[in-house]
Ligand binder design. Structure first.
Ligand code: DX5
Ligand code: ZN
Length: 217
């Protein structure tokens, strides 16, 4: 089960990606979050399955997981490629496909943990009809790192927790640092994606430890 801090490599120095991943794994991160953007669902284009493949052995040797966040239209067409590259969990956006249930089944069929992500403007009811292994609550609008945490996310987390029950992992993603992570944890979040707060820090390893202790993990 996914839990704790998941550093997002979106904010990492890509010229020394392996080194940066090693630093956060050594600091105790048990998941590496990979943000995939297609230039359609969100304006930027970031990275694809080749990047997952490049870090897969390193992450798995550390007994950690690769958590892929697909911010792409019609994600169902890409699931096999990311699973093959080494993804352990794959999250798709409820807004990105008319076939959300099918997409989640396809993720499970590849042996991965399935996640459903909700944009800030999407009501929590979007997840009520589908079976996902986890829920990702966007706490900024998807597309860019370094944005400010959206406060209404706290109340939304409470509604999600009520809807999915006590045990399902709930991820928060966007504007997460020690302070916002602690408040999200109190509202029901169990997985904390952090890009800028980790890789933008002077010492990314220390940043992982600081956020971890803020959420009591
Ligand atoms: C945003 C991505 C996030 C991003 C978070 O669309 O899904 O994972 O990396 O970045 P920070 O932590 O800088 O808000
Ligand atoms: Zn993300």
């Amino acid at each position: 089960m996914l839990k704790g801090i998941a550093p997002s490599i979106l904010a990492a120095d890509f010229a020394r990606l392996g080194e940066q991943v090693a630093t956060v794994l050594a600091a105790g991160a048990r998941a590496i979050h990979v943000d995939v953007m297609d230039g359609h669902f969100v304006p930027p284009i970031t990275m694809g399955d080749l990047v997952v493949k490049a870090i897969a052995d390193q992450v798995h040797e550390a007994k950690a997981q690769i958590d892929v966040h697909l911010m792409i239209e019609r994600p169902e067409g890409q699931i096999k490629a990311f699973a093959k590259a080494g993804a352990d969990s794959i999250t798709v956006h409820a807004e990105a496909t008319p076939h959300l249930h099918y997409a989640l089944q396809a993720i499970k069929a590849e042996g991965c943990l399935s996640g459903v992500a909700l944009n800030p403007g999407t009501p929590v009811e979007a997840i009520s009809a589908v079976e996902a292994d986890m829920v990702l609550c966007m706490t900024v609008n998807p597309g860019w790192g370094g944005q400010a945490f959206l406060e209404p996310s706290i109340a939304k987390l409470g509604r999600i927790r009520e809807l999915v029950g006590e045990t399902k992992p709930i991820q928060v993603d966007g504007g997460i640092g020690a302070e916002t992570a602690a408040r999200c944890a109190a509202a029901g979040a169990t997985v904390f994606v952090a890009g800028t707060a980790v890789f933008g820090a002077q010492n990314p390893g220390e940043a992982v430890k600081t956020i971890s202790s803020a959420v009591g993990r």
